[in-house]
Design a protein around this ligand. Structure first.
Ligand SMILES: [Zn+2]
Length: 180
């Protein structure tokens, strides 16, 4: 059954279960010293078994490329000892940025499903305004991109008081005077 909030997006009950699992996993960082609203989950597209989960670790690893989706792909490939994640699906709390979406395509992921959008995240931190669907469309790879799904729920990760406070210390925090 498709979620009413998902409109024409093909989202199954299983997708929603996985997104809720990812939401809980990511929300568990909100009570820590380094809260993050970005989390990613990779599952077997057919069987649904979880392969890996990861959160954003840019601050912890002092690495601007340590986005949740990119880390999940890295960890998954290491675990499988393969550069290919064909046969796997990536779930993300937020629409993957161009870097992460390009990496998902290079990893040959079957499908990407995301919660909040780049526009949602842009209210809190700097973003690059190219949609994940656009990146996929302009590639040779065949990766389905579905989202936003359960957008309101995923937006609560960004608006949690601890997260709002943490954003102030982020080097890429959004400043209201900045132009789009
Ligand atoms: Zn990213």
């Amino acid at each position: 059954m498709a979620s009413p909030a998902a409109g024409r997006i093909r989202v199954t009950r299983l997708d929603e279960e996985r997104l809720r699992d990812l939401y809980r996993f990511t929300a568990s960082t909100l009570e820590t010293l380094r809260p993050v609203p970005f989390g990613a989950l990779i599952v077997d597209s057919r069987g649904g078994e979880r392969l890996i989960r990861a959160t954003n670790a840019v601050m912890r690893e002092a690495d601007p490329s340590s986005h949740a989706e990119l880390r999940a792909v890295r960890l998954a490939c290491k675990k499988l000892k393969s550069p290919s994640l064909a046969g796997y699906t990536l779930y993300s709390t937020c629409e993957p940025c161009p870097m992460c979406m390009a990496n998902a395509l290079w990893a040959r992921l079957d499908r990407v499903v995301f919660g909040a959008t780049i526009a949602d995240a842009s209210r809190h931190c700097l973003q690059i305004y190219v949609s994940a669907k656009e990146i996929a469309k302009r590639s040779d790879m065949n990766c389905k991109v579905d989202g936003p799904v359960m957008r309101e729920l995923f937006n609560t990760l960004f608006t949690h008081p601890n997260m709002r406070k943490a954003f102030r210390s982020w080097s890429n925090r959004r400043v209201s005077t900045q132009r789009r």
